[in-house]
Design a binder for this molecule. Sequence first.
Ligand code: A2P
Length: 330
Amino acid sequence: MKIAIVGATGLVGNIMLKVLEERGFSAIDLIVVASSASVGKKIKYFEKEYEVIAVEEAINKKPDIAIFSAGSETSLKYAPIFAENGCFVIDNSSAWRMYPNVPLVVPEINASSITKETKIIANPNCSTIQMVMALAPLHNAYKINRLVISTYQSVTGTGVKAVKQLENEIKGINTEMAYPYPIHKNLFPHGGSFLSNGYTSEEQKLVDETRKILSDNSLRITSTVVRVPVTGGHSIAVNIEFENDFTIDNVRKLLSEMHGIIVLDDVANNSYPMPLISEGKDEVFVGRIRRDESNPKSLNIWIVADNLRKGAATNAVQIAQYLIEKAFVK
Ligand code: A2P
């Protein structure tokens, strides 16, 4: 089986290779792709070195699966060309997510939206993935009416340049800026670009993608995305208003039973999820589970996950595993 990683030299691409190794993809014919600036570089995978090639060359190699994490422009241009050749494209950019015929997949929730004929599959936004992992079992049990979301997003979500900016600012050296402002000793309510409704593109993704993944366009959702000087993972505070009554005990039970979630909620011992705990892990951590005493049938929770893992690379590799398990790819 030929698997191409488009954007293999990037932060997410790098973790994709790591996750593929951890999950035992040792027998694949690996194709590593990046921009022309990286062509010829070597990447190690299972102790073997692979040379980075350009995307045009990768098309000719006719991969069975191509996992893209090279930005929207690259995905928009090249994903259809790979797909026309019979390749399954798993795309981590936002380019294809809201197309009605493109499934937007978190495997634990809606893998069944993929069929043998689906050639482009979208990997959701990093914050959306970790949030819907916690919301899906609660929505099934109590029906969510409204969500008020506040995120605290790591600089790794922006890419290599943003991590460099933070590292350089900590060291006090001049740096190329990925953001309009310093991020060290700072934070800003600005993720992506501003839209005409006053929200940012990252905030709008949380609204649109959550509705699509939970298959419920009636969900009322508002969100604020904040970029924080953190590298280990994204954190999200969510206020959830349900249609039906709930008990905290049952909420805990439902979350504990959800595959891929770890409940960390022992406040007597200062136990709650944090980016430092989530870093390098595939699970989504949920804590601070408490009733919203200001509003009937409402709940507050705190969700943390490694945005490069479950928020990106791990989720994409899980989709590839699903394609193989279902024998859509042989
Ligand atoms: P390169 O390293 O050569 O720039 P990040 O989001 O962490 O910055 O990573 C982006 C990834 O997408 C990198 O691997 C980058 O390669 C790759 N990339 C950017 N533009 C293209 C392109 N036109 N074709 C293939 N890969 C690209």
